[in-house]
Design a protein around this ligand. Structure first.
Ligand code: NIG
Ligand code: FE
Length: 415
Protein backbone atom coordinates (compact mmCIF):
# COMPACT_ATOMS: atom_id res chain seq x y z
CA UNK A 1 0.00 0.00 0.00
CA UNK A 2 1.51 3.35 -0.99
CA UNK A 3 1.62 5.83 1.83
CA UNK A 4 -1.00 8.56 2.05
CA UNK A 5 -0.10 12.22 1.70
CA UNK A 6 -2.28 15.12 2.77
CA UNK A 7 -1.78 18.51 1.07
CA UNK A 8 -3.53 21.72 2.02
CA UNK A 9 -5.28 23.76 3.14
CA UNK A 10 -6.21 25.54 -0.08
CA UNK A 11 -8.31 28.65 0.27
CA UNK A 12 -9.91 27.52 -3.00
CA UNK A 13 -9.79 24.30 -4.96
CA UNK A 14 -11.43 24.22 -8.40
CA UNK A 15 -11.88 20.55 -9.29
CA UNK A 16 -13.36 21.24 -12.78
CA UNK A 17 -15.91 18.51 -12.15
CA UNK A 18 -19.54 18.35 -13.26
CA UNK A 19 -19.05 20.45 -16.40
CA UNK A 20 -20.54 19.45 -19.76
CA UNK A 21 -18.07 18.65 -22.52
CA UNK A 22 -19.82 20.93 -25.01
CA UNK A 23 -21.23 24.43 -25.06
CA UNK A 24 -20.87 27.74 -23.22
CA UNK A 25 -20.01 27.71 -19.52
CA UNK A 26 -20.78 30.32 -16.85
CA UNK A 27 -18.51 30.84 -13.87
CA UNK A 28 -21.43 29.94 -11.61
CA UNK A 29 -21.08 26.39 -12.94
CA UNK A 30 -17.61 26.05 -11.44
CA UNK A 31 -17.39 24.06 -8.22
CA UNK A 32 -15.30 26.12 -5.77
CA UNK A 33 -14.26 24.23 -2.65
CA UNK A 34 -13.14 26.38 0.29
CA UNK A 35 -10.39 25.42 2.79
CA UNK A 36 -9.87 22.20 0.90
CA UNK A 37 -7.28 19.47 1.10
CA UNK A 38 -6.21 16.55 -1.05
CA UNK A 39 -5.30 13.03 0.00
CA UNK A 40 -2.88 11.40 -2.44
CA UNK A 41 -2.29 7.68 -2.63
CA UNK A 42 0.61 6.83 -4.91
CA UNK A 43 0.07 8.68 -8.17
CA UNK A 44 -3.68 9.13 -7.73
CA UNK A 45 -6.15 11.22 -5.78
CA UNK A 46 -7.77 9.32 -2.96
CA UNK A 47 -10.05 11.99 -1.60
CA UNK A 48 -10.75 15.71 -1.81
CA UNK A 49 -12.57 17.59 0.92
CA UNK A 50 -12.24 19.94 3.85
CA UNK A 51 -8.61 19.99 5.01
CA UNK A 52 -9.33 19.69 8.74
CA UNK A 53 -11.81 16.87 8.19
CA UNK A 54 -9.35 14.98 6.00
CA UNK A 55 -6.66 15.47 8.61
CA UNK A 56 -8.91 13.95 11.27
CA UNK A 57 -10.18 11.14 9.04
CA UNK A 58 -6.91 9.86 7.56
CA UNK A 59 -3.82 8.85 9.36
CA UNK A 60 -1.72 10.45 6.64
CA UNK A 61 1.95 9.69 6.97
CA UNK A 62 3.08 12.87 5.25
CA UNK A 63 1.33 16.18 5.76
CA UNK A 64 2.24 19.19 3.59
CA UNK A 65 0.62 22.00 5.52
CA UNK A 66 0.75 25.22 3.52
CA UNK A 67 1.08 28.72 4.90
CA UNK A 68 -0.76 31.63 3.27
CA UNK A 69 -3.48 31.61 0.63
CA UNK A 70 -3.38 29.11 -2.20
CA UNK A 71 -5.68 28.14 -5.03
CA UNK A 72 -5.45 24.63 -6.46
CA UNK A 73 -6.24 23.76 -10.09
CA UNK A 74 -5.87 20.52 -12.08
CA UNK A 75 -2.59 20.20 -14.02
CA UNK A 76 -2.98 21.85 -17.41
CA UNK A 77 -3.16 19.73 -20.56
CA UNK A 78 -1.59 21.25 -23.69
CA UNK A 79 -3.27 19.27 -26.47
CA UNK A 80 -1.27 20.59 -29.45
CA UNK A 81 2.48 21.27 -29.57
CA UNK A 82 5.45 20.83 -31.87
CA UNK A 83 8.20 21.08 -29.22
CA UNK A 84 10.47 18.48 -30.83
CA UNK A 85 12.56 20.32 -33.42
CA UNK A 86 16.04 21.47 -34.37
CA UNK A 87 17.23 25.04 -34.93
CA UNK A 88 15.32 28.29 -34.70
CA UNK A 89 13.18 30.46 -36.98
CA UNK A 90 13.94 33.84 -35.42
CA UNK A 91 14.67 35.13 -38.91
CA UNK A 92 11.19 34.09 -40.15
CA UNK A 93 9.68 36.04 -37.28
CA UNK A 94 11.74 39.11 -38.13
CA UNK A 95 10.79 38.77 -41.82
CA UNK A 96 7.09 38.46 -41.03
CA UNK A 97 7.23 41.52 -38.85
CA UNK A 98 8.98 43.36 -41.68
CA UNK A 99 5.98 42.73 -43.92
CA UNK A 100 6.40 39.26 -45.47
CA UNK A 101 3.54 36.78 -45.00
CA UNK A 102 3.86 33.29 -43.52
CA UNK A 103 3.07 31.78 -46.90
CA UNK A 104 5.53 34.03 -48.76
CA UNK A 105 8.29 33.04 -46.35
CA UNK A 106 7.37 29.36 -46.82
CA UNK A 107 7.57 29.77 -50.61
CA UNK A 108 10.98 31.46 -50.29
CA UNK A 109 12.39 28.37 -48.52
CA UNK A 110 11.70 29.42 -44.94
CA UNK A 111 8.76 28.18 -42.92
CA UNK A 112 8.17 24.55 -42.05
CA UNK A 113 10.70 23.29 -44.61
CA UNK A 114 13.48 25.27 -42.96
CA UNK A 115 12.77 23.53 -39.63
CA UNK A 116 12.65 20.16 -41.46
CA UNK A 117 16.16 20.82 -42.80
CA UNK A 118 17.42 21.86 -39.37
CA UNK A 119 15.70 18.93 -37.62
CA UNK A 120 17.14 16.39 -40.05
CA UNK A 121 20.63 17.75 -39.33
CA UNK A 122 20.52 17.10 -35.58
CA UNK A 123 20.86 13.75 -33.85
CA UNK A 124 18.04 12.03 -32.01
CA UNK A 125 19.88 12.75 -28.74
CA UNK A 126 19.84 16.47 -29.48
CA UNK A 127 16.12 16.31 -30.26
CA UNK A 128 15.51 14.54 -26.95
CA UNK A 129 17.43 17.27 -25.12
CA UNK A 130 15.51 20.11 -26.75
CA UNK A 131 12.17 18.43 -26.14
CA UNK A 132 13.01 17.85 -22.46
CA UNK A 133 14.09 21.46 -22.01
CA UNK A 134 10.86 22.83 -23.47
CA UNK A 135 8.59 20.31 -21.73
CA UNK A 136 10.20 21.10 -18.37
CA UNK A 137 9.52 24.78 -18.91
CA UNK A 138 5.85 23.98 -19.57
CA UNK A 139 5.78 21.80 -16.45
CA UNK A 140 6.94 24.70 -14.27
CA UNK A 141 4.07 26.68 -15.75
CA UNK A 142 1.60 24.04 -14.61
CA UNK A 143 1.36 21.93 -17.79
CA UNK A 144 1.56 18.32 -16.64
CA UNK A 145 0.55 16.67 -19.95
CA UNK A 146 1.64 17.76 -23.43
CA UNK A 147 0.80 16.40 -26.83
CA UNK A 148 3.91 16.51 -29.08
CA UNK A 149 3.82 16.09 -32.85
CA UNK A 150 6.40 14.84 -35.30
CA UNK A 151 6.18 16.54 -38.70
CA UNK A 152 9.66 18.00 -39.11
CA UNK A 153 11.14 14.76 -40.43
CA UNK A 154 8.94 14.15 -43.48
CA UNK A 155 10.42 10.82 -44.49
CA UNK A 156 9.84 7.42 -42.93
CA UNK A 157 13.27 7.39 -41.26
CA UNK A 158 13.24 11.02 -40.10
CA UNK A 159 9.68 10.85 -38.76
CA UNK A 160 10.70 7.73 -36.83
CA UNK A 161 13.70 9.61 -35.43
CA UNK A 162 11.38 12.32 -34.11
CA UNK A 163 8.83 9.92 -32.66
CA UNK A 164 11.52 7.88 -30.89
CA UNK A 165 12.96 11.14 -29.56
CA UNK A 166 9.58 12.22 -28.15
CA UNK A 167 9.16 8.77 -26.54
CA UNK A 168 12.61 8.97 -25.01
CA UNK A 169 11.95 12.46 -23.69
CA UNK A 170 8.66 11.25 -22.21
CA UNK A 171 10.44 8.51 -20.30
CA UNK A 172 13.03 10.94 -18.92
CA UNK A 173 10.76 13.62 -17.45
CA UNK A 174 7.84 13.92 -15.02
CA UNK A 175 5.38 15.37 -17.56
CA UNK A 176 3.47 12.97 -19.82
CA UNK A 177 4.12 13.46 -23.54
CA UNK A 178 1.45 12.16 -25.92
CA UNK A 179 2.93 11.58 -29.38
CA UNK A 180 1.19 12.32 -32.68
CA UNK A 181 2.43 11.51 -36.18
CA UNK A 182 2.30 14.61 -38.41
CA UNK A 183 4.16 13.17 -41.40
CA UNK A 184 1.48 14.94 -43.50
CA UNK A 185 2.71 18.41 -42.46
CA UNK A 186 3.70 19.37 -46.03
CA UNK A 187 4.95 17.64 -49.16
CA UNK A 188 8.71 17.42 -48.57
CA UNK A 189 10.59 19.48 -51.13
CA UNK A 190 13.04 16.68 -51.83
CA UNK A 191 10.32 14.09 -52.50
CA UNK A 192 10.35 12.77 -56.05
CA UNK A 193 6.68 12.20 -56.66
CA UNK A 194 3.22 13.58 -56.09
CA UNK A 195 1.48 14.38 -52.82
CA UNK A 196 -0.60 11.24 -53.36
CA UNK A 197 2.57 9.12 -53.75
CA UNK A 198 4.08 10.60 -50.60
CA UNK A 199 0.96 9.98 -48.50
CA UNK A 200 0.69 6.45 -49.86
CA UNK A 201 4.32 5.78 -48.96
CA UNK A 202 3.85 7.11 -45.43
CA UNK A 203 0.66 5.16 -44.82
CA UNK A 204 2.05 1.90 -46.16
CA UNK A 205 5.55 2.10 -44.65
CA UNK A 206 5.25 4.28 -41.54
CA UNK A 207 1.77 3.47 -40.19
CA UNK A 208 2.54 -0.24 -39.53
CA UNK A 209 5.76 0.81 -37.72
CA UNK A 210 3.81 3.23 -35.51
CA UNK A 211 1.68 0.29 -34.44
CA UNK A 212 4.39 -2.33 -34.03
CA UNK A 213 6.74 0.03 -32.16
CA UNK A 214 3.86 1.51 -30.13
CA UNK A 215 4.97 5.01 -31.12
CA UNK A 216 1.59 6.69 -31.37
CA UNK A 217 -2.08 6.10 -31.88
CA UNK A 218 -2.72 9.53 -33.39
CA UNK A 219 -2.47 10.74 -37.00
CA UNK A 220 -2.54 14.45 -37.85
CA UNK A 221 -2.44 16.28 -41.20
CA UNK A 222 -2.15 19.90 -42.27
CA UNK A 223 -5.10 20.43 -44.60
CA UNK A 224 -4.28 23.66 -46.38
CA UNK A 225 -3.56 25.10 -49.81
CA UNK A 226 0.17 25.09 -49.03
CA UNK A 227 0.07 21.53 -47.64
CA UNK A 228 -2.53 18.83 -48.48
CA UNK A 229 -5.96 19.28 -50.05
CA UNK A 230 -9.13 17.67 -48.72
CA UNK A 231 -9.11 15.30 -51.69
CA UNK A 232 -5.48 14.29 -51.20
CA UNK A 233 -5.90 13.66 -47.49
CA UNK A 234 -9.11 11.59 -47.64
CA UNK A 235 -7.51 8.23 -48.60
CA UNK A 236 -4.75 8.82 -46.03
CA UNK A 237 -7.23 9.36 -43.20
CA UNK A 238 -9.35 6.45 -44.46
CA UNK A 239 -6.37 4.14 -44.16
CA UNK A 240 -5.48 5.56 -40.74
CA UNK A 241 -9.01 4.98 -39.48
CA UNK A 242 -9.08 1.44 -40.83
CA UNK A 243 -5.90 0.75 -38.89
CA UNK A 244 -7.50 2.09 -35.72
CA UNK A 245 -5.68 5.41 -35.39
CA UNK A 246 -7.34 8.51 -33.94
CA UNK A 247 -7.45 11.42 -36.36
CA UNK A 248 -6.69 15.05 -35.61
CA UNK A 249 -6.51 17.85 -38.19
CA UNK A 250 -4.71 21.17 -38.68
CA UNK A 251 -7.85 22.79 -40.08
CA UNK A 252 -9.03 26.16 -41.42
CA UNK A 253 -5.83 28.02 -40.53
CA UNK A 254 -5.57 30.08 -43.74
CA UNK A 255 -8.34 28.54 -45.88
CA UNK A 256 -11.37 26.40 -45.03
CA UNK A 257 -11.78 22.71 -45.84
CA UNK A 258 -9.97 21.02 -42.97
CA UNK A 259 -12.88 21.15 -40.53
CA UNK A 260 -15.16 19.44 -43.07
CA UNK A 261 -12.62 16.61 -43.35
CA UNK A 262 -12.34 16.46 -39.55
CA UNK A 263 -16.09 16.01 -39.19
CA UNK A 264 -16.27 13.52 -42.08
CA UNK A 265 -13.64 11.32 -40.42
CA UNK A 266 -14.95 11.81 -36.86
CA UNK A 267 -11.63 13.29 -35.82
CA UNK A 268 -10.96 13.70 -32.11
CA UNK A 269 -10.12 17.35 -32.72
CA UNK A 270 -9.92 20.08 -35.37
CA UNK A 271 -7.20 22.55 -34.47
CA UNK A 272 -6.54 26.19 -35.52
CA UNK A 273 -9.87 27.26 -37.14
CA UNK A 274 -8.80 30.89 -37.41
CA UNK A 275 -10.71 31.36 -40.67
CA UNK A 276 -13.71 29.15 -39.90
CA UNK A 277 -16.96 30.80 -40.96
CA UNK A 278 -20.46 30.30 -39.53
CA UNK A 279 -20.81 27.25 -41.79
CA UNK A 280 -17.77 25.47 -40.33
CA UNK A 281 -18.70 26.52 -36.80
CA UNK A 282 -22.15 24.99 -37.23
CA UNK A 283 -20.68 21.81 -38.65
CA UNK A 284 -18.19 21.42 -35.79
CA UNK A 285 -20.72 22.32 -33.11
CA UNK A 286 -23.05 19.58 -34.34
CA UNK A 287 -20.31 16.97 -34.27
CA UNK A 288 -18.24 15.18 -31.65
CA UNK A 289 -15.06 16.91 -32.88
CA UNK A 290 -13.41 19.10 -30.24
CA UNK A 291 -12.30 22.47 -31.59
CA UNK A 292 -8.84 23.49 -30.42
CA UNK A 293 -7.99 27.19 -30.48
CA UNK A 294 -4.29 28.00 -30.76
CA UNK A 295 -3.91 31.61 -29.61
CA UNK A 296 -0.12 31.25 -29.62
CA UNK A 297 -0.24 30.92 -33.43
CA UNK A 298 -2.50 33.99 -33.74
CA UNK A 299 -0.11 35.97 -31.53
CA UNK A 300 2.96 34.61 -33.34
CA UNK A 301 1.58 35.38 -36.79
CA UNK A 302 -0.28 38.54 -35.80
CA UNK A 303 -3.58 37.28 -37.17
CA UNK A 304 -7.16 36.72 -36.02
CA UNK A 305 -8.07 34.46 -33.12
CA UNK A 306 -10.18 31.33 -33.54
CA UNK A 307 -13.87 32.33 -33.20
CA UNK A 308 -14.06 30.68 -29.79
CA UNK A 309 -17.09 32.60 -28.53
CA UNK A 310 -19.14 31.65 -31.58
CA UNK A 311 -18.06 28.01 -31.36
CA UNK A 312 -19.15 27.74 -27.76
CA UNK A 313 -22.41 29.62 -28.31
CA UNK A 314 -23.21 27.28 -31.21
CA UNK A 315 -22.81 24.38 -28.75
CA UNK A 316 -19.31 23.23 -29.68
CA UNK A 317 -16.57 21.96 -27.42
CA UNK A 318 -13.49 24.17 -27.10
CA UNK A 319 -10.00 23.30 -25.91
CA UNK A 320 -7.10 25.76 -25.96
CA UNK A 321 -3.51 24.73 -26.72
CA UNK A 322 -0.18 26.50 -27.19
CA UNK A 323 0.84 25.10 -30.62
CA UNK A 324 4.38 25.74 -29.31
CA UNK A 325 6.59 25.48 -32.43
CA UNK A 326 9.61 27.29 -33.84
CA UNK A 327 7.64 29.03 -36.61
CA UNK A 328 4.14 30.29 -35.96
CA UNK A 329 4.04 29.97 -32.16
CA UNK A 330 7.45 30.45 -30.55
CA UNK A 331 6.22 31.72 -27.15
CA UNK A 332 5.05 28.45 -25.62
CA UNK A 333 3.12 29.78 -22.64
CA UNK A 334 -0.29 28.14 -22.45
CA UNK A 335 -1.72 30.04 -19.49
CA UNK A 336 -0.77 33.46 -20.89
CA UNK A 337 -2.17 32.62 -24.31
CA UNK A 338 -5.40 31.14 -22.93
CA UNK A 339 -5.93 34.24 -20.76
CA UNK A 340 -5.37 36.53 -23.77
CA UNK A 341 -7.76 34.50 -25.93
CA UNK A 342 -10.31 34.83 -23.13
CA UNK A 343 -9.97 38.62 -23.11
CA UNK A 344 -10.30 38.99 -26.90
CA UNK A 345 -13.03 36.38 -27.38
CA UNK A 346 -14.99 37.19 -24.19
CA UNK A 347 -14.70 33.77 -22.61
CA UNK A 348 -15.66 33.10 -19.00
CA UNK A 349 -13.10 31.84 -16.51
CA UNK A 350 -14.90 28.49 -16.66
CA UNK A 351 -14.56 28.29 -20.45
CA UNK A 352 -10.86 29.15 -20.47
CA UNK A 353 -9.99 26.86 -17.56
CA UNK A 354 -12.04 23.98 -19.01
CA UNK A 355 -10.21 24.56 -22.32
CA UNK A 356 -6.83 23.86 -20.73
CA UNK A 357 -7.96 21.10 -18.37
CA UNK A 358 -10.97 18.86 -18.74
CA UNK A 359 -11.85 19.66 -22.36
CA UNK A 360 -8.20 19.45 -23.41
CA UNK A 361 -7.93 16.02 -21.75
CA UNK A 362 -11.02 14.94 -23.69
CA UNK A 363 -9.40 16.09 -26.94
CA UNK A 364 -6.59 13.61 -26.20
CA UNK A 365 -9.08 10.97 -25.02
CA UNK A 366 -7.46 10.96 -21.57
CA UNK A 367 -10.09 10.22 -18.98
CA UNK A 368 -7.73 9.98 -16.02
CA UNK A 369 -6.87 13.68 -15.81
CA UNK A 370 -8.08 17.23 -16.40
CA UNK A 371 -10.18 17.29 -13.25
CA UNK A 372 -9.61 16.64 -9.57
CA UNK A 373 -11.66 13.81 -8.15
CA UNK A 374 -11.14 10.44 -6.55
CA UNK A 375 -9.23 8.01 -8.76
CA UNK A 376 -7.83 10.62 -11.18
CA UNK A 377 -4.10 11.29 -11.46
CA UNK A 378 -2.72 13.57 -8.74
CA UNK A 379 -1.69 16.24 -11.28
CA UNK A 380 -2.31 19.73 -9.91
CA UNK A 381 -0.83 23.19 -9.43
CA UNK A 382 -1.01 25.72 -6.63
CA UNK A 383 -1.18 29.47 -7.15
CA UNK A 384 -0.41 32.08 -4.51
CA UNK A 385 -3.88 33.57 -4.30
CA UNK A 386 -7.07 33.03 -2.38
CA UNK A 387 -9.27 33.83 -5.40
CA UNK A 388 -9.14 31.73 -8.57
CA UNK A 389 -10.26 34.74 -10.68
CA UNK A 390 -6.83 36.29 -10.04
CA UNK A 391 -5.20 33.60 -12.20
CA UNK A 392 -6.61 34.64 -15.58
CA UNK A 393 -6.86 38.27 -14.45
CA UNK A 394 -3.06 38.30 -14.19
CA UNK A 395 -2.95 37.14 -17.83
CA UNK A 396 -0.29 34.53 -17.29
CA UNK A 397 1.88 36.57 -14.99
CA UNK A 398 0.68 34.69 -11.91
CA UNK A 399 2.48 31.38 -12.38
CA UNK A 400 2.10 28.28 -10.21
CA UNK A 401 4.22 28.25 -7.06
CA UNK A 402 3.99 24.47 -6.69
CA UNK A 403 3.31 21.72 -9.26
CA UNK A 404 2.48 18.08 -8.49
CA UNK A 405 2.66 15.39 -11.18
CA UNK A 406 1.41 11.87 -10.44
CA UNK A 407 1.49 12.58 -6.73
CA UNK A 408 5.05 13.89 -6.68
CA UNK A 409 6.04 17.51 -6.14
CA UNK A 410 7.99 18.36 -9.30
CA UNK A 411 8.25 22.12 -8.90
CA UNK A 412 8.42 24.41 -5.89
CA UNK A 413 9.15 28.09 -6.49
CA UNK A 414 10.45 28.48 -2.96
CA UNK A 415 13.13 25.86 -3.30
O1 NIG B 1 0.34 24.46 -36.18
N1 NIG B 1 0.16 25.08 -39.40
C1 NIG B 1 1.01 24.23 -39.51
N2 NIG B 1 1.84 23.80 -38.60
C2 NIG B 1 2.27 24.53 -37.46
C3 NIG B 1 3.35 25.47 -37.78
C4 NIG B 1 4.59 24.79 -37.87
C5 NIG B 1 5.73 25.69 -38.23
O2 NIG B 1 5.53 26.85 -38.67
O3 NIG B 1 6.84 25.19 -38.07
C6 NIG B 1 1.14 25.18 -36.74
O4 NIG B 1 1.02 26.42 -36.68
FE1 FE C 1 0.30 22.97 -35.11
Amino acid sequence: MPELKLIGPFKQLIPMTGLPLKGALADEQLVVLQDAGIIIEGERLKEIGNFQELKAKFNAIQIHELQGDHTCLPGFVDAHTHICFGGTRANDYAMRNSGNTYLEIAKAGGGIWDTVTQTRKVTKTELVKGTIKRANRHLKNGVTTLEVKSGYGLSVAEELKMLYAIKEADEAIPADLITTCLAAHMLPKDYRGSAENYLEEISSKLFPKLKSEKLTNRIDAFVEESAFSTLQIAPYFKKAKEMGFDITVHADQFSTGGSTVAVAFSAVSADHLEVSTDKEIELLANSTVIAIALPGASIGLGCAFTPARKLLDAGGSLAIASDHNPGSAPMGDLLTQAAILGAFEKLSNAEVLAGITVRAAAALKLEDRGKLEEGKLADFSLFHTGNYQEILYNQGNLKPCVVFKRGVKVFDKHK
